[in-house]
Design a protein around this ligand. Structure first.
Ligand SMILES: NC(=O)c1ccc[n+]([C@@H]2O[C@H](COP(=O)([O-])OP(=O)(O)OC[C@H]3O[C@@H](n4cnc5c(N)ncnc54)[C@H](O)[C@@H]3O)[C@@H](O)[C@H]2O)c1
Length: 387
C-alpha cells in the first residue's frame, strides 16, 4: 500500500477522477462529500451533460471493474465533529481538499449565494486545519486554490510569494492578491488561513493555484465503456469552464460566447494534468512548517484564442461554428499583461498534456454523442451579473 489519501469533495468534477487515479496507483483512498453541488445545480436547474451516479454507486462500479475499493463518507466537512471522527477512523497520510463551492458567477448572484460561498469555503478549510492540528500535524494537506486569486496585475505572477525591497530592506512576502469575485476572495482567505496554520502550528501545506480545467475523460473513466465513471461535466454559465462551454456551444450551433473583447488571458490545463499535479504533490509532500504554493496550469490562452481553436477543429468535424462577443457579465480587464510562473510543478516532473486538435476532437465527439442532453436555455449568460 502506497499511503492513505482522504479526498474532500470526492463527488466533484476533479475529486472523483482523482480518487480513481490514486486508487488505480495503489493508494488507499476515501472520499467525502455532502452532495452540496448536486443540491445547488438542481436548485438552479443546470444539470451536467451526462448523469453521474452517486458516490456509492460509482465506487461499486469502480470495484466491479478494477477490484479496487474506495471508501465513502457522506457529510459536511465543515461539521467539525463529523470530520474529526472520520479523520481519526481513516488515518490519512494526505488530505486533498477540493470540497468547496467553486463558482464565481454563483458567488456574485445575490447576498445569500455570496454568503453561502464564503461561509461554506472558509468553514470547510478551518475545519480541516483544526482536524489536522488536533489529530496529527504530520498529515500533508493539499488544498486547491485558484489562479484567479492573483487577478491580473500589471507585473509577472510569481508562485505564492514575492521578494520585495523597501527602503533598503528586503523580505519574501505573500504575493498581493486581487480576486475578482466573492468565490475567488474566499480562496484568498483560505490561503491566508492556511499560511497562518503553517506559521503558528507547523502544518505541512501545499496550496495549488489552479487555472480553469477542461476535459471530460481520464484514463480511469475510459475503463467503463458505459461512461458511468465520467465526472460532472458542466456547460452552463455557473459551473461550466470556458472551454467546456465552447465545446457544447459548438455542438448545438450557438455562437461561442466570448465575453467582452475576449482578450482575457488565463492559464489552462487538461483534467488529466490536474490528476498528474495532485499526484506529484502527494508523492513529494511539503515539509513540516512549509506553505508550498504551486501555480497549476500548463498553457496560457486568451478567450479569443480558445474560441478560434474550437471553431477550426469543430469545422473539421462538419460543424458550423460562429463566434460572438457578448456583453461581459463580469467586471474584468479584457486586455492586460499576463505572465504567470508555473515552474514548481514542472520541477517536480509534470509532463503537460497540451490542448491539441485530438483533445478537442475527443471532447467534441463526446458532446455530439450526448447532444440530446444539451439544454440550450442554460447556455447564454444573463442570470449572474457583477454590477
Ligand atoms: N474545475 C476547475 O476548473 C477549477 C479551477 C481552479 C480551481 N478549482 C478548485 O478545485 C476544487 C474542486 O473543483 P471542482 O471543479 O471539482 O468543483 P466541484 O464543485 O465539482 O466539486 C466540489 C465538491 O465539493 C463538495 N463540497 C462542497 N462543500 C462541501 C462541504 N462543506 N462538505 C462536503 N463536501 C462539499 C461538493 O458537493 C462537490 O462535489 C475547488 O475548490 C475549486 O475551487 C477548480
Amino acid at each position: 500500500m502506497k499511503g492513505k489519501v482522504l479526498i474532500l469533495g470526492g463527488d466533484g468534477y476533479l475529486g472523483w477522477p482523482t480518487a480513481m487515479n490514486l486508487s488505480n496507483l495503489g493508494y488507499s483512498v476515501a472520499v467525502v462529500d455532502n452532495y452540496l453541488k448536486r443540491w445547488i445545480f438542481n436548485k438552479l436547474g443546470v444539470i451536467p451533460l451526462i448523469d453521474c451516479p452517486d458516490l456509492q454507486e460509482r465506487v461499486n462500479i469502480w470495484k466491479g471493474l478494477t477490484g479496487h475499493e474506495i471508501k465513502v463518507y457522506i457529510g459536511d466537512i465543515g461539521g467539525h465533529d463529523f470530520l474529526i471522527n472520520l479523520v481519526k477512523e481513516f488515518q490519512p497520510d494526505t488530505i486533498i481538499h477540493y470540497g468547496e463551492i467553486p463558482s464565481a458567477p454563483y458567488s456574485m448572484l445575490n447576498h445569500n449565494t455570496s454568503w453561502e460561498t464564503i461561509q461554506n469555503n472558509l468553514n470547510a478549510t478551518l475545519s480541516v486545519m483544526w482536524a489536522i492540528k488536533t489529530i496529527d500535524t504530520d498529515i500533508h494537506l493539499i488544498k486547491l486554490g485558484t489562479m484567479g486569486e492573483y487577478g491580473t496585475p500589471n507585473i509577472d505572477i510569481e508562485e505564492g510569494f514575492i521578494e520585495i525591497e523597501k527602503n533598503g530592506r528586503t523580505d519574501r512576502l505573500p504575493f498581493p492578491k486581487l480576486p475578482g469575485s466573492f468565490y475567488h476572495l474566499s480562496k484568498v482567505q483560505d490561503s491566508d488561513m492556511l499560511y497562518l496554520g503553517v506559521r503558528m502550528w507547523g502544518l505541512r501545506v501545499t496550496d495549488l493555484n489552479q487555472g480553469p480545467v477542461y476535459g471530460i475523460h481520464t484514463d480511469e473513466s475510459r475503463i467503463d465503456k458505459e461512461n458511468r465513471l465520467i465526472p460532472h461535466f458542466h456547460y452552463d454559465e455557473f459551473w461550466g469552464t470556458v472551454l467546456n462551454r465552447f465545446i457544447t456551444q459548438a455542438v448545438v450551433g450557438i455562437p461561442l460566447t466570448v465575453y467582452g473583447k475576449g482578450g482575457q488571458k488565463r492559464g489552462f490545463l487538461n483534467i488529466t494534468d490536474t490528476l498528474q499535479c495532485v499526484r506529484l504533490a502527494v508523492q513529494h509532500p511539503a515539509n513540516r512548517g512549509e506553505f508550498r504554493v504551486m501555480n497549476q496550469f500548463t498553457e496560457i490562452f486568451s478567450v479569443n484564442e480558445l474560441a478560434d481553436k474550437v471553431k477550426t477543429v469543430a469545422k473539421s468535424l462538419g460543424l458550423k461554428v460562429a463566434i460572438q462577443n457578448y456583453p461581459n457579465p463580469r467586471k474584468e480587464a479584457e486586455e492586460h499583461h499576463y505572465n504567470a510562473k508555473n515552474t514548481n510543478l514542472m520541477g517536480l516532473g509534470l509532463q503537460p498534456n497540451y490542448l491539441t486538435d485530438n483533445v478537442l476532437i475527443e471532447m467534441l465527439e463526446i458532446a455530439m454523442r450526448n447532444k440530446k442532453n444539451i439544454r440550450q436555455d442554460i447556455i447564454l449568460p444573463g442570470r449572474a451579473k457583477w454590477q
